[in-house]
Design a protein around this ligand. Sequence first.
Ligand code: BTN
Length: 330
Amino acid sequence: MKTKDRVLKLLKENTGKYLSGQSIADTIFVTRASVWKAIKSLESEGYEIDAVTNKGYRLRRACDLVDSDFIREQLLAYGIDMPVVYYDEIDSTNEAAIRYARENRGNAVFIADTQTNGRGRRGRSFYSPKTTGLYMSILIHPDCRIKRMTDITAMAACAVAGSIDELIFDGRDVTKIKWVNDIFINDKKVSGILTEAFTSLEDEENSYIVIGIGVNIFAPKEDFPKELREIAGTVTEGLIYESGTIRNELTISIVKKLFNYCQNSSENNCLTLYRQKSLLDGNYVKINKFTGDYDYAYVTGIGDDYHLHVRYENGKEGELSSGEVSVVKY
Ligand code: BTN
């Protein structure tokens, strides 16, 4: 581990507390000059570090620590045995998962501190600034009985929404799911999910699914880009939330819940939660036909297969298996 990373680890472990340059140097067996150099380098990467004479250094705001060994151990204790791979920076964790799947068999989790080419649905990009969000992909080879892609997509949405409620809001029902799999809080999107499936015609056993999950946890240092400001939110908005381990906790909870839903898919407790959290029920929506044209309809509910049930303006009933809709405000 580089000196800079060891200094950062120490500061993160002592978030909020001042550590003198000498005590840092003694703990990691380097000179004070190396500590100073490491601090400068961390500051240039955007870490906000207070430096006070006679006190030392401290991270200004709780920096969230991702500990892949801890995540792996916790999942293992729950009976889920899979590698957890962490990157300081990667193009996209979905891409990392796909590259891994081409070379390896088996499930795995990929987490990044930042993504340079985070991907969203329909070819959009996903804004992934450093340290303020959870960017993760879960690679699964579905030996569990998943019949449809919409099922796994909905299960991921329930796992994310349920985990945010439990870990950030003490179990209160705060999150909403906007069909198909966007998570909203107070009309702002706080999480998006991109599910990709790969089937090998020659080797059916090597079919796999990559579930990419992005959660905005803290406000980005430079705020969201202009085009996202009206629509994007964070799960900690308005809260003083400084656990320092929320990305670990969210990852563990999301993976556990997802595996639970997959293994007990017949019990359908995901469907109940999905319906309870459905943002669109009872709303008028605009349905993007991706032809430059839109349909308008009233949402009547979610079907057993997670299809969106609607009533069109001409009174006809219909259902959508996939697509993109937005609420029409009158
Ligand atoms: C969307 O809202 O359109 C889906 C966004 C999915 C973003 C996540 S972040 C982790 C994973 N890696 C990616 O490149 N995309 C997904």
